[in-house]
Design a protein around this ligand. Structure first.
Ligand code: NDP
Length: 506
């Protein structure tokens, strides 16, 4: 295992500065906060606790860069070339970035490495897109009128990111933003800022002009709040909890600034009696125990058809009991610690709530007893039975390795239960009946539906939730739509003079 200091490419002395206008800088306030390693609860670097003046500076740098000829004056093909170079640099540094993220958030090195090695593809995709965004001509009902659309950058975009997948989530907004020609101020989570600060250096190496990408660090309630409410920001991309998203959107709305909100979920993962039980049980594990359940798409409500309930539950419990907990840097580990101490407290609290409401623990429900894990934020894979869909444990997002298993009788019963949630992010179904699978896909309230798979993502396919899981889409061409604005231009080349008091409706 590398010592933490070897990973810190840009930490100066005790810790990191912010990244504003192409330089690492100190905070106006001089305040710093520690970032803790979730494996041992020890600080491994400090970062800047930005205040409103720092945010002001970063937004000012982004505004200046937006109109500067070094950015606004280059061709879209040249923007694409910068993105391609950035993708190449990420590929070179993917191992280092993965290690930093694992140390920061405790997720498996295998998982973070997979995210980092696929990340260049996102930048290559949007690099290719940069000079292929076209408007359209609209044949209106009048001769001698030329009517067309232009796709333009929105301006300065504030991107606020949570701790679970820092660079992956940043990039789903950043790559299309840059392809279109926006400038960006990013605010990573206060516990997982190192990879974003290291990434800023790759942006500079790729040749992006100063001010196009800026990073402010610090607390959500101060730095994040100042960014979301800043009058110099034109759009906010927010990924995080639903309650925080509500606050961010209300704050941005004071300036009528639009948001793309990727929020929480309580996604159903459903097994019908005709499914392959082994594959389905594996899919439930992938849905809720992989990444310690700390993903917005966690399949934390598992519905098993009554006829196969006992059989699949037994398989699931057996798989859960055999999951290897340990150091996330170890290649054999299957479940690392939770990312934050507060997250550990939240998971424990929900287990108590589940038991208090009458649920039964089939397995797990506590921190593991092994002394080597005693100081980390570890929690056993946990399966609850005896849960009704109206209990808190089935309604509220836990963001941990806890699944509520519930029976259902048939399709109608299932779809009512699956949709009985404030969330609508993702859903999974395991069945060999294609008609049933497609009926489920049509009827379920979820932005993404997986059939005989779960937690499968692509930079090519649109992602974003319904209901209180947020609004807006990332990935694929939808990312370009999300981070551009559409202008309509009307040209009258008739040479005639119109009645000035009558609106022209053509
Ligand atoms: P939070 O909502 O607490 O934080 C997310 C980000 O917002 C952090 O950078 C945080 O800063 C910042 N923030 C906090 N308060 C404010 C505020 N008032 N104004 C502006 N920014 C603020 O989420 P968590 O960190 O707890 O992340 C987990 C949540 O994220 C889960 O609910 C999960 O479902 C959701 N999520 C959604 C995804 C999706 O794509 N739909 C993907 C991944 C996660 P700080 O770190 O300082 O608190």
């Amino acid at each position: 295992m590398n010592p933490a200091t070897e990973l810190l490419h840009h930490a100066r002395g005790e810790g990191y500065g912010m990244y504003i206008n192409g330089k690492y800088s100190s905070p106006a306030s001089g305040q710093t906060i520690p970032s803790l390693n979730p494996c041992n609860d020890e600080p491994w670097y400090t970062l800047t606790d930005a205040g409103a003046p720092d945010v002001d500076q970063a937004v000012g740098a982004a505004r200046h860069a937006l109109g500067h000829p070094s950015w606004s004056g280059i061709t879209q093909t040249a923007r694409g070339a910068l993105l391609r170079r950035l993708g190449d640099l990420i590929a070179v540094h993917s191992d280092r970035l993965a290690e930093i993220e694992t140390r920061d958030n405790g997720k498996l090195i295998r998982e973070m490495r997979a995210q980092m090695t696929s990340l260049p593809q996102t930048y290559y995709y949007y690099a290719g897109m940069a000079d292929k965004m076209t408007g359209e001509t609209i044949p209106v009902n009048k001769r001698d009128v030329f009517n067309f659309t232009l796709r333009e950058p929105i301006g300065v975009v504030g991107i606020i990111v949570p701790w679970n997948s820092p660079l992956y989530l940043l990039s789903s907004a950043l790559a299309p933003c840059l392809a279109v020609g926006n400038t960006v101020v990013a605010k990573p989570a206060e516990n997982t800022s190192a990879s974003t600060l290291e990434f800023a250096d790759l942006i500079a190496q790729a040749g992006f002009p100063p001010g196009v990408f800026n990073v402010i660090t610090g607390r959500g309630e101060t730095a994040g709040h100042a960014l979301a409410g800043h009058p110099g920001v034109d759009k906010i991309a927010f990924t995080g909890g639903t309650d925080t998203g509500r606050r961010v959107a209300a704050n941005a709305a004071r300036n009528l600034v639009p948001c793309a909100l990727e929020l929480g979920g309580k996604s159903p993962n459903v097994v019908f009696e005709d499914a392959d039980p082994e594959r389905a049980a594996n899919g439930i594990v992938a849905g809720v125990f992989a990444a310690g359940g700390q993903t917005c798409i966690a399949g934390s409500r598992c519905f098993l058809q009554e006829t196969i309930y006992d059989q699949v539950l037994a398989k699931l419990a057996d798989k859960a009991d055999r999951i290897i907990l340990g150091d996330p840097m170890d290649e054999d580990t299957q479940l690392g610690p939770l990312s934050l101490k507060s997250q550990l407290g939240k998971v424990r609290e929900y287990v108590a709530i589940g038991l208090g409401d009458g649920g039964t623990l089939r397995t797990g429900g506590k921190q593991p007893g092994h002394p080597s894990l005693a100081n980390g934020y570890y929690f056993e894979p946990t399966i609850f039975t005896g849960i009704r869909n109206d209990m808190r444990i089935a309604r509220e997002e836990i963001f941990g390795p806890v699944v509520a298993v519930m029976p259902f009788s048939g399709e109608r019963d299932l779809i009512e239960k699956a949709n009985d949630s404030i969330y609508g992010l993702a859903a999974g179904i395991w069945t060999r009946d294609i008609d049933r699978a497609l009926r489920f896909a049509r009827n379920v309230d979820a932005g993404t539906v997986w059939i005989n798979t779960y937690r499968s993502a692509s930079f090519l396919s649109p992602f974003g939730g319904f209901k209180q899981s947020g609004y807006g889409k990332h990935n694929g061409y939808e990312g370009v739509r999300e981070y551009s604005r559409l202008k309509n231009v009307v040209v009258d080349y008739s040479g005639s003079t119109q009645d000035p008091f009558v609106m022209k409706l053509e």
